[in-house]
Design a protein around this ligand. Sequence first.
Ligand code: SF4
Length: 261
Amino acid sequence: MAEPARQIDVIDARPAFIQADADALNARFEGIDTLTMLKTVFAEGLAGHVAVVSSFGTESAVLLDLVAKADPTVPVIFVDTLKMFAETLHYRDTLIQRFGFTDSRTVTPVAEVIAKKDATGLRWSYDPDGCCDIRKVEPMKRAKDGLDAWISGRKAFQSVTRQNLPRFEVEDGRLKINPLGDWNKADLEAYFAEHDLPRHPLEAQGYLSIGCEPCTSKVMPGEDPRAGRWRGWDKVECGIHSPVSPIPVADPDDPANQPVF
Ligand code: SF4
């Protein structure tokens, strides 16, 4: 008697999301206010396993308040590079408690890696990209294991490198949600005032974009809000985010773009 065909186990390695999903979500939520969008995304499970990632910087309270209002059980991930301002750690605790989040996660670099690659703790001073890799990018990658989607606090107005920021993007097969992508500074200020949100304690001292202590400086009037990050270095992002590509413009002289009659 012929043996029954052996069942073949297949590992589903398909990405959780593809660009068409992001395009559909951008179209569906166009013109919908941010809180309604978040509530719908969570209630309908549109993002699968999702978490919000926060740096607990000067504007973080707005996104966290919105996410908590939509669903306070959404996990909050914070990457502690072990180079943070003490004020940021305190602010994190304040906001988590204030908004009632029930799943706060802090990820740190691997101790063995730090001992091997940054024993002096000064790698930031001669190789900031390498420092960000071991202190931010790798822990962040670990934190995102098992997630289908993550929520970022990026806004288009923050920097010229963040122009054209869509609400939904796909990155490495995951959905990346930028609920505040189209908010401007005035919108954020109005939200802070309306909801009486606590400010990061360093903001009043002129720190407009706050990351690690060694790589953050005050911003002078008229400067890009992120000018205080990695001042003096040709570096604009830590590696967790990529600069957003400009929307491609079709070249009318390219034969591929000529009308076909
Ligand atoms: S921001 Fe500076 S201190 Fe923090 S991980 Fe990057 S290089 Fe290191």
